[in-house]
Design a protein. Structure first.
Length: 95
């Protein structure tokens, strides 16, 4: 099954997603910051998908995504962005 990297500083969302993924046979690496996510991408060579919370408290998710897209070895990595933010300007900034 898939190895999924989740970047979110919200504990509840992380616990919920870890449980959902585990029930379906997936493995999750969960980190709270974009810096930890970047480190995980380099240290773990089997990440199949990154799930990123749009509004991290201390770092820019958009900067992380742009950085991932700018590196050849990660360009093909699927990145799913989610958020609880309903402000359309913020949501459109990812598209």
């Amino acid at each position: 099954m898939a190895h999924i990297l989740m970047i979110d500083d919200g504990e509840v969302a992380c616990l919920a997603l870890r449980g959902i993924l585990a029930e379906r046979g997936h493995r999750a690496t969960i980190v709270a910051t974009a810096a930890q996510g970047w480190r995980s991408l380099h240290e773990l060579d089997d990440i199949d998908l990154a799930i990123v919370e749009l509004k991290l408290k201390t770092e820019s998710s958009l900067a992380f995504i742009q950085r991932v897209r700018g590196i050849g070895m990660f360009k093909a990595l699927p990145v799913l962005v989610y958020t609880s933010v309903s402000e359309m300007t913020t949501v459109r900034s990812v598209l």
